[in-house]
Design a protein around this ligand. Structure first.
Ligand code: CMC
Length: 444
């Protein structure tokens, strides 16, 4: 693969010596190097800006700032394109499956048949949790949100798997990666089982990744449980569609946490915490709750009006994206899956689904949403499928977290092996008081 930035050699060098950007500050003009990526817009390299000009840049929300270089995932928001290691997401969702995509994200290439078999075997061998970890689940209140349980239990893994916390050792990094991918379904399923008061179901290594997860969520010791292959395919596709999404908020959180040298389990717990928010992974839960709150299609105009009202904080959940300004390619595949699953389950008259279909239509025709390029995102449809499968809304974001773990891990591994790694330490535009003398309390 082309490596114009010389990343693999550890030297972030100029792709094109001629390309520079001029910055004029008072009577000073600086030539800033411009780096050319393999895809996407050029990047102005401002690493030496403070040293040379004594100024910072200001970009809250990182709307124009590349926080790292990466070779894993690429998004072209205007084209609605999402590539993992160069492969389009619709091809991966249609032809591949989650564990193969995990391999691709982690190691950079699609596996050969023996490589895939070996990888699946390694993941399968790590699906069980240390038995004592059960006590962590039992320590939570029954009504704890499963994301709260996941943050706690994944963080606690650092206290159980001491032989995979040395981030300086590539072998330990590898073991930690496999453990996280393998154990996350067990952790998410147990968080769910605990919340409904049912016994924990141990993983079964003769099942594929998605079927095993469904079984751990929905089987009970009193009855046999047969996994429906269409549901397990849909589950696998949901995992695949959420596997990675370049430098989003939770991934950047994982990278920032890891930049200090923190252990892998703590870093992933930080990513889970960030994902939970309704502007990010929490949107799938918020979206379905919103659809239920709307209740019937005749209520839609009121909610559309609220979403457009600048004085009302309400937003249409499942709409809009920082990067996609045309369509979310994941949403397209997810919509197909939703149709398949609903068809299989014979769900046509579901009121939530009716509201969703009508809301999508009304919003897409409304100039406010069209002008601001607000389209349904992946979370708009995923909640509908998960609801139809029988998951409560509180489980939607844990399922996103389970799937995104491989993305977090891949980005974490890439960052650690980057010789340019520095602790992440943003600057600020300080607008507070300047230095002043302390006054004793009696004089205030
Ligand atoms: N409903 C109504 N108005 C919206 C919405 C929405 N869902 N999203 C954005 N806008 C408006 C916003 O008010 C702003 O208007 P104005 O320019 O007049 O101030 C404009 O569109 C741009 O919005 P922004 O907040 O500056 O855009 P952003 O890139 O910072 O935010 C977003 C992106 C996803 C946080 C936002 O669209 C949103 O809150 N959507 C709802 C939550 C959601 O569905 N999140 C899931 C994202 S996909 C899954 C994932 O990757 O986590």
């Amino acid at each position: 693969m082309a490596d114009p930035l010389n990343i693999t050699k550890g030297v972030l060098a100029l792709a094109d010596e001629q390309k520079t950007a001029k910055l004029t500050l008072g009577d000073k003009t600086l030539d800033l190097p411009v780096l050319s990526p393999t895809a996407g817009p050029d990047v102005i390299d401002i690493r030496k800006l403070y040293a040379q000009a004594g100024v910072f840049t200001y970009d809250p929300g990182f709307t124009s700032t590349a926080s790292c270089s990466s070779t894993i995932t690429f998004i072209d928001g205007d084209k609605g394109e999402l590539l993992h290691r160069g492969y389009p997401i619709d091809q991966l969702a249609g032809k591949s499956h989650f564990l193969e995509v995990c391999y691709l994200l982690l190691y950079g290439e699609l596996p050969s048949a023996p490589q895939l078999e070996d990888f699946e075997h390694r993941v399968t061998q790590h699906t069980m949790l240390h038995e004592q970890m059960m006590n962590f689940f039992r320590g939570f209140r029954r009504d704890a949100h499963p994301m709260a349980i996941m943050v706690g239990v994944v963080g606690a893994m650092s206290a159980f798997y001491h032989d995979s916390t040395d981030i300086g050792d590539p072998w330990q990094r590898e073991v930690a990666s496999i453990r996280l991918i393998a154990k996350m379904p067990t952790i998410a399923a147990w968080a769910y089982k605990y919340s409904i008061g049912q016994p924990f179901v141990y993983p079964r290594n003769d099942l594929d990744y998605a079927s095993n997860f469904l079984r751990m969520c929905f089987s009970v010791p009193a009855e046999d449980y047969v996994v429906n292959p269409i549901l397990s395919r849909a589950m696998d596709r949901i995992f695949t569609l959420h596997a990675d999404h370049e430098q989003n908020a939770s991934t950047s959180t994982v990278r920032l946490a890891s930049s200090s040298g923190a252990n892998p389990f703590a870093c992933i717990a930080a990513g889970i915490a960030c994902l939970w928010g309704p502007a990010h992974g929490g949107a799938n839960q918020a979206c379905l709750e919103m659809l239920r709150e709307i209740g019937t299609p005749d209520q839609i105009p009121e909610y559309i009006a609220r979403a457009k009202d600048k004085n009302d904080p309400f937003r249409l959940m499942g709409f809009g994206h920082r990067v996609y300004k045309n369509f979310d390619p994941r949403a397209r595949v997810m919509k197909e899956s939703a149709d398949e699953v609903l068809d299989l389950l014979g769900i046509e008259d579901n009121p939530t689904l009716q509201v969703a279909k009508e809301l999508e239509k009304v919003a897409l025709e409304d100039p406010y949403f069209a002008d601001k390029k607000l389209y349904p995102n992946v979370d708009f449809y995923s909640g509908i499928i998960l609801d139809a499968m029988g998951f409560p809304t509180a489980m939607f974001t844990p399922i996103f977290a389970l799937a995104r773990t491989v993305g977090w891990i891949s980005q974490w591994k890439e960052q650690i092996s980057d010789p340019q790694l520095k602790i992440g330490r943003p600057r600020q535009l300080y607008l507070g008081e300047t230095a002043r003398d302390y006054t004793n309390v009696e004089n205030r």
